[in-house]
Write a protein that binds this ligand. Structure first.
Ligand SMILES: [Zn+2]
Length: 111
């Protein structure tokens, strides 16, 4: 996915279009993300016992990752990300290739 947990994203479609939030959980297999304050549903819950009283609860539901755009932490703009291969050395001095995400607007590395 182009986004991951703790990224700040902006919603680009659906009922929460334009909302900004932080990804609180991601589900790569489902291509879905949970964003703080986004896609909050209201549930009416019955009281089960004294410890869990009934009432209206608000719960965030995951949304499709394609409905969000990453907000670049460097330039603050909603952006598409490019992936580039970076060569780094691991502990034993062997060079390893890692993928880093790059902001298409300002060119900053995001990871
Ligand atoms: Zn940027």
């Amino acid at each position: 996915m182009h986004v991951k947990t703790k990224d700040t994203v902006i919603v680009i479609s659906g009922k929460d279009k334009g909302k900004k939030g932080k990804i609180s959980a991601s589900f790569p297999k489902l291509n879905r993300v949970m964003v703080e304050g986004v896609n909050v549903v209201t549930k009416h819950q019955k009281a089960r016992n004294a410890m869990t009283p009934g009432g209206i609860i608000h719960k965030e539901m995951p949304i499709d990752a394609s409905n969000v755009m990453l907000v670049c932490p460097k330039c603050g703009k909603a952006t598409r990300v490019a992936h580039k291969v970076d060569k780094t050395q691991n502990d034993s001095g062997k060079s390893v290739r890692t993928m880093v995400r790059v902001c298409k607007k300002c060119g900053a590395e995001i990871d």
